[in-house]
Design a protein. Structure first.
Lengths: 539, 92, 214
């Protein structure tokens, strides 16, 4: 009946029900992960379509393709969708949901019904936001700064913000589930410091999800109430403070960027260890570094506000703290490099993505230091330099790692092997396209081109054209996996339990796994990443 | 995390009386003009009341240390939010 | 050894793991509530620091006797809730149900008193917007005070209402004998939520009603 044949006949989680109803009412974390993957992929391409229109419009200096009003809506929807409906859920809700119980030897997450609820909340939130898009869009920027969002805009703020508000609860439930699961449901012998670093990453990210998202939720309430009733504490006309909104908004939204990158770090560790046949260098420092990033990430938000009216004193404090937050990230980059050093490297597709992550994250991170510096930020703030910086981290870093993770665990989740050749082509295409898209943006930003502007001086055109060409290549890099991964579901070779000869509990069960993950609860006796001791890799 | 002993109802009644007493103090002190001290007194009373509820009614005293951490982390986060925001507002 | 009430969900290994997971889960949820409300306090703090006289004036226009009574009501409901959880832990079904319904009654009383208070506020036109019934100095900023007043108390009242409904549901289930000394987690968890709603009010009350009474 289904043309997607299940690789191993009975007993696996894909075969436990074929009806739509069985999928929509599932409590199986693996199925919920698949539901999330399908949803966020759809939203990714919608957000990507907005980006495509932006880049097409920027081919010429005079905004020839869309009006200025439409352009404002395009970059707003691109940001809203990509941040809240793609990046934030991406690795945690797909790979995290699938792998957290498996990697610690559990049958499921602690609260399977909350897990399913979180997906429904995501979908409902997406519907509200897409309604805003269809009804005519929002033009405030994804940052919803007041008083424009509260007093002056006529666009569909309420629907979009309601969508984000609802999706926020999806985030909180995911984080809460992961924290409780990690504390309570590790298999015998799976001590905290034997856990894969991917679990540490999910744990660190869950701390941020649980602690930061409620602040966003109430901030959006404050903003929406003010928008609806015309009275509020952000309105300078009444004695309110528009900067108060920015403080509240960025208190969440800065940690949010760590929600987006820390999971990528977890994925990278798993892939590097496997494809360098090495244990991760400095495992404990890698775990502590992610916790430190999560913690420090809460005290740096003012670096988004250096030029919006914040006091010089506060700016100095935030600048100092921002430099500090770079340290644990740097530690991780050094440790990954050390992991690769003298490893037995093999360049399968997941490794190509992970290597891309490493280089691009490093560049993105270093450019963050430029922006953390008060004096430099005066020049660079709100230019394309900033746009390039965060895309290097979020796209060059997080999205590449996400794709790497998808490719790494695809055989496990689907029971199918894909074409490594096509996957490698996609990885390289993505890498080339990405750099061509975003490196020129560093240059044109430094030269002074502001962000969120549909028009620019003619001398900037060459950089914009290069960037747009890059975007087209990048788009190809993203479309290719859709094709060969789907092809693998229909024609791919059956995947063994451990096609990569990787370490980790998830590789010791069948591909695809049975509904309860393991035939019987595993007992852990090895340290993580026991690649060097010739540890057992069960087939 | 189940208590192996039952806290006696007396604990809850004493807590309740303490909380009402602190409520009375906060009202009384509001009628005394003490400037910034009024704010400090009110905050101190609120935190004391919160601690009583957390430790006794919410059984934190007998609970696993992890829960102690979870109980305070929310307050801590808000403290950071307010402190660093005020670091801006008060120095403009 | 295992009674019908100590069954546990299939993802858990035993009842103890389920119980501990529920405890950690509810406390994490309470932390999110503290952060959720904390934003309102942050907005309050900044706005009050910028406009101390207006906040003092606004606070003086609020109904201290009703709010103080309400605080006592809520504190008492916390007592009845704690006694309800205690009874559940002892396996005393009827006492559990009685204390839970007493808590519901007190919670409803809180909402009723709040409603009366709002009624008085509306009659005096203490509603921000056109026709705001205060003509003293700093009128705009006193409106900001009342904006926060309504927002904070309404968000809190919604949480009270949710709590009242939850406790009523739990009381009903308890009256059917579904809980025991081995398994009373839903009572415990609902109690924790209710106590948090109480704690939040203990910060709301002085912030709104005790700014300046001297």
């Amino acid at each position: 009946m289904s043309t997607i044949a299940i690789a191993h006949g009975e007993g696996n989680y894909l075969a436990s029900g074929f009806s739509l109803w069985s999928w929509l009412t599932t409590l199986d974390h693996k199925r919920i992960a698949v539901l999330y993957l399908l949803s966020i992929t759809l939203l990714f391409f919608i957000g990507g379509a907005a980006a495509a229109l932006i880049r097409i419009n920027l081919l010429t200096p005079n905004s020839a393709v869309v009006s200025i009003e439409t352009y404002n809506k395009l970059f707003t929807m691109h940001g809203v969708i990509m941040v809240w409906f793609f990046l934030i859920p991406s690795i945690p809700a797909t790979l995290g949901n699938f792998l957290v119980p498996m990697m610690i030897g559990a049958r499921d997450l602690a609260f399977p019904r909350l897990n399913l609820l979180s997906w429904y909340l995501y979908v409902i939130g997406a519907v509200f936001t897409l309604e805003a898009l269809i009804a005519g869009g929002v033009d405030t920027g994804w940052t919803f700064y007041t008083p424009y969002s509260t007093v002056f805009t006529n666009s569909h703020v309420f629907a979009a913000v309601t969508g984000v508000f609802i999706a926020g609860f999806s985030s909180i439930l995911t984080g809460l589930n992961f924290i409780v699961t990690t504390h309570q449901m590790r298999a015998p012998g799976m001590t905290w410091f034997r856990m894969p670093l991917f679990i540490w990453a999910m744990y660190a990210v869950s701390l941020i999800l649980v602690l930061a998202t409620p602040v966003l939720a109430m901030t959006l309430v404050l903003m929406t109430v003010e928008h609806l009733f015309g009275i509020g504490v952000f309105d300078p006309g009444l004695g309110g403070d528009p900067l108060l909104f920015q403080h509240l908004f960025w208190f969440y939204s800065h940690p949010a960027v760590y929600i987006m990158i820390v999971p990528a770090m977890g994925v990278a560790s798993e892939i590097f260890a496997c494809f360098a046949r090495n244990s991760i260098f400095g495992y404990r420092f890698m775990a502590y570094a992610m916790l430190a990033i999560a913690a420090f990430g809460f005290v740096v938000w003012g670096h988004h506000m250096f030029v919006s009216g914040q006091s010089a004193y506060a700016g100095t404090v935030f600048s100092l703290l921002t430099f500090l937050v770079s340290v644990p990230s740097a530690v991780k980059v050094f440790n990954w490099t050390a992991t690769l050093h003298k490893g037995r490297i093999s360049l399968e597709a997941p490794m190509l993505y992970a290597l891309g992550f490493l280089g691009l994250f490093t560049i993105g991170g270093l450019t963050g230091l430029f922006l953390a510096s008060l004096g430099l930020d005066i020049h660079l703030h709100d230019t394309y330099f900033v746009v390039a910086h965060f895309h290097y981290i979020m796209v060059g870093g997080a999205v590449m790692a996400f794709f790497g993770g998808i490719h790494f665990w695809w055989p496990k989740a689907t029971g199918r092997m894909y074409s490594n050749r096509w996957a490698s082509i996609a990885a390289i295409t993505t890498f080339v396209g990405f750099n061509l898209t975003f490196f020129p943006q560093f240059i044109v930003g430094y030269l002074g081109m502001p962000r969120r502007y549909p028009e620019y001086p003619p001398e900037f055109q060459i950089w914009n054209v290069l960037s747009s060409i890059g975007a087209a290549i990048l788009a190809m890099g993203y479309v290719l996996p859709l094709i060969y991964l789907y092809w693998s579901l229909r024609h791919g070779a059956a995947a063994p339990a451990n096609p990569w000869d990787a370490r980790g509990l998830e590789w010791q069960t069948s591909s695809p796994p049975p509904t309860d993950n393991f035939e019987r609860t595993p007992v852990v006796t090895e340290e993580a990443y026991s690649y060097r001791e010739g540890g057992a890799s069960s087939g | 995390m189940t208590e192996s002993h039952l806290a006696s109802p007396r604990t809850y009644v004493i807590s309740w009386l303490l909380l009402l007493g602190l409520l009375a103090v906060s009202i009384a002190s509001a009628f005394v003009p003490l400037g910034a001290m009024n704010v400090a007194i009110n905050l101190a009373i609120s935190f004391t009341q919160a601690a009583i509820v957390l430790l006794f009614s919410m059984h934190l005293r007998a609970a696993h240390p992890t829960l102690h951490l979870v109980a305070v982390v929310g307050f801590f986060g808000i403290a950071i939010l307010i402190a660093l925001t005020l670091a801006d507002v008060l120095t403009r | 050894m295992a009674s019908a009430h100590s069954a546990f969900a299939h993802q858990f290994d035993d009842a103890r793991q389920q119980r501990e997971a529920s405890q950690l889960g509810i406390w994490l949820f309470l932390a999110t509530e503290i952060l959720f409300f904390g934003v309102l306090f942050a907005a309050y703090a900044v706005t009050r620091i910028n406009h101390p006289a207006a906040f003092a004036a606004g606070s003086r226009l609020t109904n201290l006797p009703l709010a103080s009574l309400n605080t006592a009501v809520l504190l008492t409901s916390s007592l009845t809730m704690a006694l309800g959880v205690h009874a559940a832990q002892a396996g005393a079904r009827r006492m559990t149900v009685n204390w839970l319904y007493a808590t519901v009654a007190l919670g409803l009383a809180f909402l009723a008193i709040k409603g009366i208070e709002y009624g008085i506020d509306f009659k005096e036109n203490l509603v921000p917007g056109a026709g705001f019934g205060y003509d003293g100095p700093g009128r705009d900023q006193v409106q900001l005070y009342f904006y926060l007043y309504y927002l904070i108390t309404m968000v809190h009242a919604i949480h009270v209402l949710i709590g009242v409904i939850a406790i009523a549901v739990i009381a009903r289930i308890a009256s059917r004998g579904r809980y025991s000394a081995e398994y009373f987690t839903p009572v415990d968890v609902t109690g924790l939520y209710w106590h948090l709603v109480d704690i939040i009010w203990l910060f709301v009350y002085p912030s709104l009603y005790l700014v300046s009474r001297s």
